[in-house]
Design a protein around this ligand. Structure first.
Ligand SMILES: [Zn+2]
Ligand SMILES: [Zn+2]
Length: 163
């Protein structure tokens, strides 16, 4: 919460070169299956939440942008590639998984279902395993050191001991 009790959200890209802060209520949260959102995210669909009614600040760096149509720009981290924004004339939406606490932003609608990939509705039916369940065939997991920016703001990134 901010001083005047407005909700505050933070997030950023995987490498930490780009960080954002949102003050105020988030708008509609959705997933979009359209072919452009598939390509822009390199994924089956793109989860986005509108921030058009809130105050958005880039607190470290800023996204690079690709103009994906005459109406929209797609923002992403130029250093690590994390998809970050969808920017249209009616406002900006941010990628939900880029938030520090994405679990509190649940989508309420699907768009672009004409392009929905045929297996997407069955992912949850697949067998599931923890990351470490694969350790016998991927021994590097035992010594894994993450270089991903943590899920909170930092004074300095990357930390000095690594740079
Ligand atoms: Zn990055
Ligand atoms: Zn889309």
């Amino acid at each position: 919460m901010s001083l005047d009790n407005r909700p505050v959200y933070t997030g950023g890209c995987q490498c930490g070169a780009v960080r954002f802060r949102i003050e105020g209520a988030l708008g509609d949260a959705s997933v979009c299956h359209c072919r452009m959102c598939q390509k822009a995210s390199g994924n089956f669909y793109l989860p986005l939440v509108s921030v058009r009614g809130a105050k958005l600040d880039w607190t470290r760096g800023e996204p690079k942008r690709f103009r994906s149509s005459n109406a929209a720009w797609r923002g992403f981290c130029a250093d690590c590639g994390t998809p970050l924004t969808f920017e249209a004339p009616d406002g900006i939406a941010l990628a939900i998984a880029a938030f520090d606490d994405p679990e509190e932003i649940a989508p309420t609608i699907q768009w672009g279902i004409e392009a929905k990939l045929p297996y997407v509705d069955h992912i949850h039916e697949l067998p599931g395993e923890d990351t470490m369940a694969d350790i016998s065939s991927s021994s590097y997991l035992a010594d894994l050191v993450s270089y991903q920016h943590p899920d909170h703001d930092t004074e300095q990134w990357p930390p000095e001991e690594r740079s």
